[in-house]
Design a protein around this ligand. Structure first.
Ligand code: ZN
Length: 373
């Protein structure tokens, strides 16, 4: 990659404290600080860009007016609307908090801005790690996601006649994005995830291939719990490069959730920073132009290292493994890459391997012919 942009501003880290416990918006701040400690923004080819608010109408390219109005009203407090109608609840994944509308709109704005910078050729790649909120549905919140910045950003690119392929490596299925383009052949969506048999949101079976004109343009590679770097990368290599090469997108959009890591508390995949770095490197090889978004990741010390590695790939920098002293002293993190690998029982590994092989075979059978492969 030649020129890259990293979208970040302190406003993106404002959230209700209870949501913070789960989603950890501070992971955005820590990632920014670690990148700064590595002098990531000292080169003229690596821009640090402040997020801009989206237009009031931006969420409406995907969400219903009724839902957007409700989010705005909940955000102000004292709403008469029943939050349950839109899948909000104080104890579930989608609590209401003051400023929720403003923050969600800012995340959308940041993704739209990143999309614009890439499509206008200002940069080759832009990374909005606050985005990637892939679960949000047209008329309700889901899985910590209020507005689906991924779909909204893709829609803005489609409106310019740009061809899009989307790769989602979050541990959870990218259901909201798949659903948005399920009957369209204008966007190829590919999601690798822990099988819906074991993990939220339950969808993402290989049989979900799209409908009508979209048949063969929704690709799912479900994986078993404890799938490690080797098995995951094997499955990716078997399926993704050939599909992307065949589809020939103008811009690659990626959701770079880092909750596939073996230390993530919410999921059961067993990747390391090496596997994650390998995945992002593979994406950089097929992306002519690239809109990179964040996503899940619930162990902050893992997320910051994964996203720092990801941005390193984008700007073509191989950060030293030793964490810079200023950051190390403040946060106690010593090494950028994992020191230990998870130790997996051979039976568990075998099971993950055969599960992945089955998913790959099904994708090749159901999807590949549609693309002349
Ligand atoms: Zn996730």
């Amino acid at each position: 990659m030649k020129r890259a942009a990293f979208i970040y501003g302190e406003e993106l880290t404002r959230r209700d404290s209870r949501v913070d416990e789960v989603f950890g918006p501070t992971r955005l701040q820590y990632t920014y600080e670690l990148l700064k400690a590595y002098r990531a923004f000292d080169s003229p080819d690596s821009l640090l860009v402040a997020p801009e608010d989206a237009d009031e109408s931006a969420p409406l390219s995907f969400h219903t007016r009724e839902y957007v109005t409700a989010v705005k009203s909940f955000s102000k407090g004292k709403s008469k609307i029943d939050p349950a109608r839109f899948n909000f609840s104080q104890m579930g994944d989608n609590p209401i908090y003051p400023g929720m509308y403003e923050l969600s709109t800012l995340v959308v704005g940041a993704s739209l801005q990143a999309a614009e910078m890439v499509s206008e050729g200002d940069v080759d790649v832009a990374f909005n790690c606050s985005g990637g909120l892939h679960h949000a549905a047209p008329s309700h919140a889901s899985g910590f996601c209020v507005f689906n910045d991924v779909v909204i950003a893709i829609e803005s690119l489609l409106a310019k006649g740009i061809r899009i392929a989307y790769i989602d490596i979050d541990a959870h299925h990218g259901d909201g994005v798949q659903e948005a383009f399920y009957s369209s052949d204008r966007v190829l969506t590919v999601s690798l995830h822990e099988s819906g048999r074991y993990l939220f949101p339950g969808s993402g079976d290989v049989k979900e291939v799209g409908v009508g004109a979209g048949e063969g343009y929704s690709v799912n590679i479900p994986l078993a719990p404890f799938t490690d770097d080797e098995v995951y990368l094997w499955a990716y290599d078997q399926v993704v490069p050939a599909l992307i090469e065949g589809f020939k997108p103008d811009i690659l959009v990626t959701q770079l959730g880092s909750d596939t890591h073996h230390l993530d508390p919410l999921t059961q995949l067993s990747l390391t920073t090496e596997g994650y770095d390998g995945l992002v490197s593979r994406m950089s090889q097929v992306a002519k132009r690239w809109l990179a978004l964040g996503g899940g990741g619930y162990e902050p010390s893992v997320v910051v290292r994964c996203w720092t590695l990801a941005y390193g790939v984008m700007v073509g920098r191989d950060w030293p493994d030793e964490i810079p002293a200023e950051y190390r002293e403040q946060y106690g993190l010593r090494k950028l890459r994992d020191v230990n690998k998870p130790q997996l029982d051979s039976k568990v590994k075998e099971r993950a391997r055969s599960f992945a092989a089955e998913s790959v075979a099904e994708v090749k059978r159901r999807i590949f012919p549609r693309h002349g492969l």
